[in-house]
Design a protein around this ligand. Sequence first.
Ligand SMILES: [Zn+2]
Length: 158
Amino acid sequence: MMQMTVGLEKQVWDALETVEDPELPISVTDLGLIQEVTVEGASVRVRMIPTYSACPAIEVMRQDIRRRLLEISGIDHVDVQLSFEEPWTMNKMSERGRARLIQHGLSMPSKLQIEPVECPFCGSTNTVLENPFGPTLCRAIYYCNHCQNPIERFKSPA
Ligand SMILES: [Zn+2]
């Protein structure tokens, strides 16, 4: 980050760090969802990369971002745009984000959707897809045959 970007832009990034994915204890910045922040006068434009296009969490996050940013004094207009120019991948996540996901018991595809799924608890790849829909549209449930734990896993963007 450049030395010049203090003031409002810094406050915007700080506020974004407090906006979490509604389903995970990870901020939108750690998830790598924020592509760009532009501050012009009292207006902020945030470009956000959706993790999974059918994921209802995206709309919740957009609203959270708007609400948080409007709390910053000096900002009276917030526009959160979805960016489809580049697909979101796990590589966009910060190290802190990855560490939180693992603590949360979520398995991460290191490359795009390649089987088999590695169990985050015991490292076994003896896993089976239990429920492709998972608790939400954004995750799938696998089951580890080795340690017998259920594994929640992100779906990659289709
Ligand atoms: Zn296991």
